[in-house]
Ligand binder design. Structure first.
Ligand code: MSK
Length: 649
């Protein structure tokens, strides 16, 4: 029996952001093609969307619909749906983890003195990470420690036996759950490869068994490749601290050379930001008739430079073409992941130079400038100069004006510091306010913004959930394109307090934080795992992540990476709710494994549902955890008089 869930094939519409509507209207008037129109023209294949298409061999593709419940080889719907899910999780894990590997290579080259444009940006973090990787720090030079940390990090990818070193960062009880279930990842690459092997034609054909390997692979990324990516980025470029900035297409400057950095990895974009602040290059821009150089970001490269350098965000995933259609962009530089191929042809309709820089992401029609760590600043300066030279060619058709103020960059280190101060940094005040009921719990709203979401308007589900959760006293953390959505809508600013419930507002005001905290890019979901582990460690809310009044949501998931994030959070003990489409729709038994089954075995789950249900489901999950902890009664503040104090004594 197929479950009856809303189908998602509606084309995207936009009603909430004026600049975006104008940009889209102008694109249409000028005969430009964008994802919004292509989505309207291409109906998704419902068989593939629901998980029921098997492309594992050339006996098919077998479309398992109607009376066909088995492929030519006999593979059942459950096997096909589970296999498709596992492959998507493996692809996501590969992307995030390979990102981490690139950062490890950069750190190694810095330590060896081959990448002279980079430095160790956070020595304290280097020493902390060294501790987890078993690297001796006492009496050693920073470069020596960095080299061994980089080598140990790289070894985590190729390790064949044993367990990833970073699993030790999880609560002990959680580590035991993984060991008992055989889910502790051995090495990052090994788990990705094994998932691909298990899911070739005629191999693993037990849905639950396939999905267990998907979880092991996701854990290899969450507590391995992604967590390493986050930590190594902090070591190289500094651990984020809250920074004020702006988000929205209005961050493009009319009188300045506009350079957009897009993708995920910060290695080149950090250099571009530095180059754009070089007085010599600013003078060069002035020589070309501009008032200066403005770097802004798109997608997760944007999050990286926003939270460390305060670089404004022009937008998220669905904004990448719209930013270009303004005609105000001299150059768009991309690295890896989430980059529309259409940008290459679209750029030809403007003066915009579209530059690819990674050997892993070449695009036909783009100008390719290969990035190497050894010559990073040289390339960055060359690109900035090219953008300046291009300023005179601008014939902008629309200058956007809308932007929102925001504060971004809450690393777990900074949250701990804000809660307890420099000498008593601790997550205890957060736990305490959850125990006393002022804060109901914590929710992560993460992942992509998509045109194919159930409400048909990018960011409507994300923002609906964030607004409802904070109004119900749930502290929200955001990452990836959901974080940029929150920023554009003004929900990363101190003014957001007005929309928070009374308990949450009181605590946030006392601490000086917003009820919606920007934690970083999509690899930085690993920061959420660190925060959850720290909350368990300080005590009062159970002994495992699965005990915490916490849950997650990816309301507009689009990328395979979102599924991988959901899978490692579920295996870590969190309930995660995804919006539609539902890639399990064709196999209710597989959905049952990933919800009820995983909840019983691991205390976490992955549920696909209408995003309009998600806020309620998160609150219900949190209340259930509070009841289990015996804290589901809001405590009033008690003012002790002398008599009460004597009684206490
Ligand atoms: S960029 S994976 S659209 S969050 Fe990380 Fe945004 Fe999703 Fe790409």
């Amino acid at each position: 029996m197929r479950r009856l869930v809303a189908r998602v094939d509606s084309p995207g519409k936009m009603t909430s952001e004026g600049d975006k509507v104008i940009a889209l209207d102008q694109a249409r008037e000028n005969g430009l093609d964008t994802a919004f129109d292509r989505a309207a023209g291409i109906k998704p294949c419902t068989i593939g969307r629901d998980g029921a298409c098997c492309r594992a061999c050339s006996l098919g593709p077998c479309r398992l619909v109607g009376k066909h419940t088995m492929g030519v080889c006999g593979a059942t719907l459950d096997t096909v749906v589970a296999r498709n899910m596992a492959r998507m999780v493996a692809a996501g894990a590969a992307a995030h983890s390979d990102h981490g590997r690139d950062l490890a290579v950069t750190l190694r080259e810095v330590a060896l003195g081959n990448a002279k444009d980079y430095q160790i940006g956070d020595e304290r973090k280097l020493r902390w990470v060294a501790g987890f990787l078993g690297v001796e720090t006492a009496g050693r030079e920073v470069r020596e420690i960095a080299l061994e940390v980089a080598e140990k990090a790289l070894a985590e990818y190729g390790q064949q036996e044993g367990e990833l070193a970073y699993l030790r960062r999880a609560p002990e009880k959680r580590q035991a759950v993984w060991r008992k279930a055989g889910l502790s990842p051995r090495g990052v690459d090994r788990e990705v490869v094994e998932t691909l092997h298990r899911t070739v034609m005629g191999n693993d054909q037990d849905a639950e068994h396939i999905l267990d390997q998907a979880l092991r692979t996701a854990l290899a990324s969450g507590w391995g490749g992604s967590m390493l990516a986050t930590d190594l980025t902090d070591i190289l470029f500094g651990t984020p601290q809250p920074r004020p900035s702006n988000a929205g297409l209005g961050v493009l400057e009319e009188q300045q050379v506009n350079i957009l950095v897009h993708g995920h990895e910060p290695t080149l974009s950090e250099m571009i930001v530095t180059a754009a602040r070089d007085p010599e290059l600013i003078a060069y821009a002035r020589g070309q008739g501009a008032e200066g150089i403005n770097v802004a970001g798109i997608c997760c490269t944007s999050n990286e430079v926003l939270m460390r350098q305060g670089v404004p965000s022009a937008g998220n995933f669905m904004d990448q073409e719209l930013a270009m259609t303004t005609g105000a962009v001299e150059m768009m530089v991309v690295d890896v992941q989430c980059i529309f191929q259409s940008l290459a042809s679209l750029s030809k309709r403007f003066h915009t130079l579209f530059i690819t820089t990674s050997s892993k992401a070449k695009i036909e029609g783009a100008i390719h400038k290969q990035f190497h760590e050894e010559h990073a600043m040289e390339l960055a300066k060359e690109l900035v100069r090219m953008a300046c030279d291009n300023f005179k060619n601008r014939k902008a058709i629309h200058y956007p004006t809308e932007k929102s103020r925001l504060v971004a960059g809450y690393s777990h280190e900074y949250i701990e510091y804000m809660l307890g101060g420099r000498y008593r940094a601790s997550f205890w005040p957060l736990n305490d306010n959850i125990i006393n009921g002022r804060i109901l719990g914590v929710a992560a709203v993460v992942g992509c913004d998509s045109i194919r979401n159930a409400q048909g308007e990018p960011e409507a589900p994300i923002m609906g959930i964030i607004k409802e959760l904070i109004a119900r006293d749930v502290l929200v953390v955001v990452t990836g394109c959901s974080a940029i959505a929150a920023g554009k809508h003004g929900y990363l600013s101190p003014e957001t307090l007005e929309h928070a419930g009374p308990g949450l507002a009181e605590v946030c005001e006392a601490i000086g934080i917003s009820p919606v905290l920007h934690l970083g890019s999509c690899v930085d979901n690993s920061r959420i795992l660190t925060v959850l582990s720290a909350m368990v460690e300080v005590g009062g809310l159970g002994t495992d992540i699965s005990d915490l009044p916490a849950a997650g949501a990816a309301p507009e998931w689009m990328s395979e990476k979102a599924l991988e994030i959901g899978a490692y959070c579920a295996a870590s003990g969190a309930a995660v709710f995804f919006g539609l489409p539902d890639p399990l729709l064709a196999a209710p038994d597989v959905a049952e494994i990933m919800t009820k089954g995983w909840n019983e075995r691991f205390g976490g789950s992955m549920t696909f549902c209408d995003p309009r249900e998600i806020a309620d489901r998160i609150v219900k999950t949190i209340e259930g955890k509070r009841t289990a902890l015996g804290i589901n009664v809001k405590k009033e503040r008690v003012l002790f008089d002398m008599e009460a104090r004597r009684a206490l004594a």
